[in-house]
Design a protein. Structure first.
Length: 354
């Protein structure tokens, strides 16, 4: 009997009560939550430190790049052309506005300065090609030779892409596609050297005495001209219906394999209903600044506009808008004080860089 009581007492001591189990469970759960919370907090802090470290590294890298790669000046900036003032306060260091019918110079600014012209080059590329009357449906393959090794500019036309000559010309004039322009010159009868020779011969034949072409894309700063010469080029190119149509096309789609790529015009003014543009071309490399040439109709007058070495991505467009408002507000037949008739223009060209 005493042994049974002892066993019963032992069982009674070993077996915890219900309230004790609940308390222990509560403490255990709380400890687990606290532990998990602590781990989560440490994880968040660790992630935050990593993000801050990455951000600081990126910021340091960006600052380092800014220090290592200073802003590259254009030839016009190096020559001090931006110091010249004008009545319209244009951002372009070179500008010329001519009445296409009368050759009257309505506005001029450093119009005889010879500077790099970037992709305005492609207007001559298109003119030479169009006048050659080559088959526009002939297929041309983009090759490694068409890859830009001067500025290392990107292109959506991969090596091996096959397009017709007409498609390449459309892309070169409308969206300033460099590989397209180079492929057009490379595939011309006689090859690229012959094509460049014809570009310079054509320039000479239409009186572009300040102009020199080194290649068909405009990526080279050795492609140079003056505003007066470019006005002559625009005047001649405007007579070509193919160049008028392709250069003012708002957008264009090409099928490449299983893909369809859409290209847009580099000149946003062609989509502006308030502008009547008959021919246009834009251009940019750091040596040339932002460039733009256009044939347009304003206040009933057919005008040729040339803007070279403009600073700022939208500055050449702003300059064109400023000139348009000025033409619309001024009496017909009244030129700026420094304007002279183009046909009797005198003076030597100003060559800043060769």
């Amino acid at each position: 009997m005493p042994q049974a009581d002892a066993a019963q007492k032992k069982r009674s001591v070993a077996k915890p009560s219900k309230s004790t189990l609940v308390a222990k469970s509560s403490k255990s759960t709380k400890a687990t939550v606290v532990a998990k919370s602590s781990r989560l907090s440490k994880s968040k802090n660790s992630t935050k430190r990593k993000v801050n470290k990455t951000f600081a590294h990126a910021k340091h890298k960006a600052v380092s790049r800014a220090v290592v790669r200073p802003l590259k000046l254009s030839f016009g900036q190096m020559a001090g052309l931006h110091g010249a003032t004008d009545s319209l306060d244009l951002n372009s260091s070179v500008a010329l506005v001519i009445d296409q019918d009368t050759n009257e110079v309505l506005f001029s600014k450093n119009d005889q300065a010879v500077l790099p012209i970037a992709s305005l080059t492609k207007l001559m590329t298109g003119l030479v090609l169009s006048e050659a009357r080559l088959p526009m449906d002939q297929l041309i393959t983009i090759s490694q030779d068409d890859v830009d090794t001067e500025k290392w500019s990107s292109s959506r036309l991969r090596v091996g892409t096959e397009l017709s000559r007409g498609e390449l010309l459309h892309l070169a004039l409308m969206s300033s596609e460099n590989r397209a322009a180079h492929a057009l010159g490379r595939s011309y009868p006689g090859g690229l050297p012959n094509f460049v020779r014809l570009m310079n011969a054509k320039a000479k034949s239409i009186g572009m005495s300040d102009t020199h072409y080194a290649e068909p894309t405009g990526l080279s700063s050795r492609n140079q001209s003056s505003a007066r010469d470019l006005a002559k080029l625009v005047n001649v190119a405007h007579r070509d219906p193919i160049l008028r149509e392709l250069s003012t096309s708002p957008d264009y789609q090409v099928a490449i394999g299983n893909r369809t790529l859409q290209f847009n015009n580099t000149n946003r003014l062609v989509k502006n209903p308030s502008w009547d543009i008959g021919l246009q071309k834009t251009g940019y490399i750091s040596e040339a600044g932002r460039c733009l040439v256009m044939q347009t109709k304003i206040a009933g007058r057919k005008l040729i506009m040339v803007f070279l070495d403009s600073t700022g991505k939208l500055s050449r467009i702003a300059d064109a808008e400023r000139v348009r408002r000025w033409v619309e507000s001024r009496p017909v037949g009244r030129s700026t004080s420094d304007s002279i008739p183009l046909a009797s223009a005198a003076g030597e060209k100003i060559v800043y860089f060769q």
